[in-house]
Structure formats: C-alpha cells, structure tokens
Ligand binder design. Structure first.
Ligand SMILES: *[C@@H]1O[C@H](CO)[C@@H](O)[C@H](O)[C@H]1NC(C)=O
Ligand SMILES: *[C@@H]1O[C@H](CO)[C@@H](O)[C@H](O)[C@H]1NC(C)=O
Ligand SMILES: *[C@@H]1O[C@H](CO)[C@@H](O)[C@H](O)[C@H]1NC(C)=O
Ligand SMILES: *[C@@H]1O[C@H](CO)[C@@H](O)[C@H](O)[C@H]1NC(C)=O
Ligand SMILES: *[C@@H]1O[C@H](CO)[C@@H](O)[C@H](O)[C@H]1NC(C)=O
Ligand SMILES: *[C@@H]1O[C@H](CO)[C@@H](O)[C@H](O)[C@H]1NC(C)=O
Length: 373
C-alpha cells in the first residue's frame, strides 16, 4: 500500500520534473495552452525557447492551430495592472488541472522551483535579481489572428523584474482604446540575460481585450527599438538619449532564421529595459497623439521629444519620457529593478559559467537549457 503510494508519487514527481522547461505566461486565452511535449514531432511546449526557427515555427510559437476556447480573453484593465501567472510548468499555476501532471505543484510565488530548493532555478535564466532583463506584453488591434504581422505588435507594458515571481503585474496604459469587436491579440516577449544561457526568444500569443477604456485615440505605428541606454559592458558608460526610439515600439524578433528585426550578437541581446528605452511599467507614450513630432534618432541627435499629452494617472511616474534635458535624473541605462537589498551580482555571477551556446554550469550542477531539470 505504502509502496504503491510512493510509486505513484514518484511517477507524478518524475512527470512534472520532466515537463519543466523555461517560462511563459499561462492563461486559458493562450494559443497552445494545452500543447504538450508530444503534440508536435519536436518539443514545442509553450515554455520551449525559440531560436533559429522558421517564421512558422516561432510566430505565436507555431501554435496558431491551437487557439484558445471561444470567449477566453486576457483582460487588460485600462489604467490598472493586469496580474498574470508566469511559470515554467502549468502545474505551478492556477491552471494546474489541465497540466500534464494534473497536479497542483505550485510553491507560492516561485515561478520555477528547483529540485534542490535553490533559487533562482536554471530555467529562470538569471544569476540573480540584478541580472533580470525584463519582459513585455505587446498588442495588435486585430481580432483575426491571420491578419497580424510582426510589424503590427506594439509593446504596451513592460516589467523589468520579470521573471522573478509567478504573479507578475503588467501596468496597462490608461489611454488604451477599446479593442475591435472580437477583441485584440496580445503576445508575451522575453529575452534573458546572456550570463545564463544562449540566444533565446520567448513569444506566446493570447486573445486579449481592453476593459474600462476611456480613450479612442489609436496607437501610433510602432517603430524599431534602438540600443540607446548605458551599455558599460560594451564601452558605453552613459546613455545616449538622442539615439532612443520614442513612442510606440515593436517587440524584438531576434536570432530566428526569418523575419528578424534585431541583429545584435549572441552576447549583446536586446532587452526590455532602459537599454532600449523601455520604461518599467505602462508605456504611456505609444499613442498617435503622444508627441507633436519626434526628431530622427541617432547617436549625434541632441534633441529629444517631450510627450504632448500625459495621462493624469498617478501610476505612471516611472514611465514618463525624459524631459528635454536628460542630464538630471533621467532614468536611462540603469539596471532593471535597482535594489540595494538584493544579493550582489558579482558573487553569484562567478558561480555560473557559460559552457556552450546550449548549456551552462554552476559549481553545483550542470544544466541543459532545453531540459534544465
Ligand atoms: C543558430 O544557428 C547558428 C548558425 O547556424 C548557430 O551558430 C547557432 O549555434 C544556433 N543557435 C541556436 C541557439 O540554435
Ligand atoms: C485544455 O484542456 C482542458 C482539459 O484538461 C479543457 O477543459 C480545455 O477546454 C482545453 N483548452 C483548450 C484551448 O483546448
Ligand atoms: C501590419 O504590418 C504590415 C507590414 O508587415 C503593414 O503593411 C500593415 O499596414 C500593418 N497593418 C496595420 C493595421 O497596421
Ligand atoms: C512587476 O511585477 C512585480 C511582481 O508582480 C510587481 O511587484 C512590480 O510592481 C511589477 N512592476 C511594475 C512596473 O508594474
Ligand atoms: C471587450 O471588453 C469590452 C469592455 O468591457 C466589452 O464591451 C466587449 O464586449 C469585450 N469584447 C469581447 C470580444 O469580449
Ligand atoms: C544607437 O542605436 C543603434 C541602433 O540600435 C545602435 O546600433 C548604436 O550602437 C547606438 N549608438 C549609441 C551611441 O547609442
């Protein structure tokens, strides 16, 4: 009796362990919500990292034929946070019932518990809090998913301390207009630190809808983000605000075989941080009327635009664009989530060394990035 129980228990544990991957936002509105390791001829679970893919493989994670159920939307309350659940396995979330293990293996706010209790675990791809690189939610005001092109997504919310916690807040800009009949489409994007793994993109698609909207102004056409923040590791100690893209920006499409919009090398990934002028929180300057004009960005540009109309929301202080004189407290190029009480990065970085593009090593353990457990 006891041994049978143990056998079942270890089978369940083995099962959940084997299905650990990396990280995504789990929600019933997701394309590929129930895709498992067996659904495709290759491992195409929503948490599987994307690199070197054809367009069909990486766009919406190749899950366009696995749409959410009718009526399931990720709700985006204008001017308020949308709280989502990030985890490396669906069993760790509120949606565990439809996970491969059909078991609630959640551990509070931990997005990806490791076997030995250490934190952060390998699948979080960070050496510590100071090595987090942010992630983003983007939106396309189109209900027909087949009509959406990569150039149609606009990043509307960023969280610089993603993927540290399971429950993660994304502030929704107050001026988001209503979605068309049939709703909008959203996507989650994440590129992690090069200190903890290879060149991986994460993209997952969702049906979404803006609620409580009070504005009708549409979004501006999204432009390519530019690497304008301080970049000390690459000999650029200070931010170059004139080089930034202001206003609506596309997500990063990086290291695929097709339709990239970013061409940075393996060790200089693009991040959803100040490095590319993605402020922490709501992106409040993405609307058609946000700026009277935007000077062409370049390393020698000295003029930076001032947003014409700022929302009255009180939640947006950290995401307002810098004023014309960027010398003062302009929040460029600071590491994400500056945190004086966090563990020092240096001490942890030395514990991790890159082994190859696909693996890395800590003093304790070796991980395969594809199956870190
Ligand atoms: C992607 O392909 C390039 C060239 O074929 C290769 O050098 C690189 O290791 C691959 N990277 C990944 C993450 O698959
Ligand atoms: C996912 O699986 C659950 C059952 O485990 C089912 O209720 C739900 O409808 C499925 N969702 C989709 C989008 O297939
Ligand atoms: C979507 O992007 C394509 C370019 O890929 C562009 O031609 C089209 O106008 C965009 N659609 C909208 C609604 O902006
Ligand atoms: C990012 O998510 C964390 C965890 O939910 C939250 O504490 C933080 O306020 C969020 N950041 C922003 C800018 O909303
Ligand atoms: C989206 O939300 C709005 C506002 O709550 C609502 O009127 C509309 O019906 C929703 N759209 C869909 C497709 O559910
Ligand atoms: C300016 O932005 C471009 C495009 O992202 C980047 O390649 C370049 O390094 C940046 N230069 C400076 C000085 O910020």
């Amino acid at each position: 009796m006891l041994s049978t129980t143990l056998l079942i228990l270890s089978a369940v544990l083995l099962r959940t362990r084997r299905t650990h991957g990396h990280q995504t936002i789990w929600h019933p509105s997701m394309y590929g919500f129930n895709v498992t390791e067996q659904t495709f001829p290759y491992d195409n679970r929503p948490v599987t990292p994307l690199a070197n893919g054809t367009f069909e493989q990486w766009w919406f994670h190749g899950h366009l034929d696995y749409p959410p159920n009718h009526g399931d939307f990720l709700e985006l309350p204008a001017g308020k946070p949308a709280t989502v659940e990030i985890a490396c396995n669906k069993g760790l979330t509120s949606y565990w019932a439809s996970s491969e293990g059909h078991t609630d293996v959640s551990q509070g706010d931990n997005p990806c518990p490791s076997d030995d209790g250490s934190f952060p675990s390998g699948a979080m791809h960070t050496t510590g809090f100071d090595d987090l690189t942010g992630c983003a939610l983007a939106i396309a005001y189109e209900s027909d998913v087949t009509k959406i092109q990569p150039e149609n997504f606009t990043v509307f919310s960023v969280n610089h301390t993603c993927v540290w916690t399971r429950f993660t807040d994304f502030q929704v800009p107050e001026r988001m207009p209503p979605c068309p009949e049939g709703g909008c489409h959203c996507a989650f994007f994440w590129i992690h630190s090069p200190n903890s793994g290879s060149e991986q993109n994460y993209m997952n698609g969702y049906r979404c809808n803006v609620t409580g909207s009070t504005s009708k102004v549409s979004l501006a056409e999204p432009k390519l983000p530019r690497r304008c923040g301080a970049d000390p590791q690459f000999g650029k100690p200070h931010a170059v605000p004139g080089n930034c893209t202001y206003g609506a920006k596309q997500p990063f499409y990086w290291f695929q075989f097709e339709r990239n919009n970013m061409f940075e090398g393996t060790y200089a990934p693009p991040f959803y941080t100040d490095l590319y002028n993605f402020k922490d929180g709501a992106q409040n300057d993405i609307f058609a009327d946000s700026y009277a004009s935007i000077p062409p960005p370049s390393p020698s540009q000295t003029a930076v635009p001032t947003p014409r109309q700022q929302p009255s929301a009180t939640t947006s202080s950290s995401s307002s664009a810098p004023s014309a004189s960027p010398s003062g407290q302009a929040p460029f190029g600071t590491p994400p989530g500056r945190c004086s009480t966090c563990r020092s990065k240096a001490s942890r970085t030395s514990d991790v060394k890159k082994q190859s593009l696909f693996g890395f090593q800590t003093r304790k353990r070796t991980f395969s990035l594809w199956h870190p457990f």
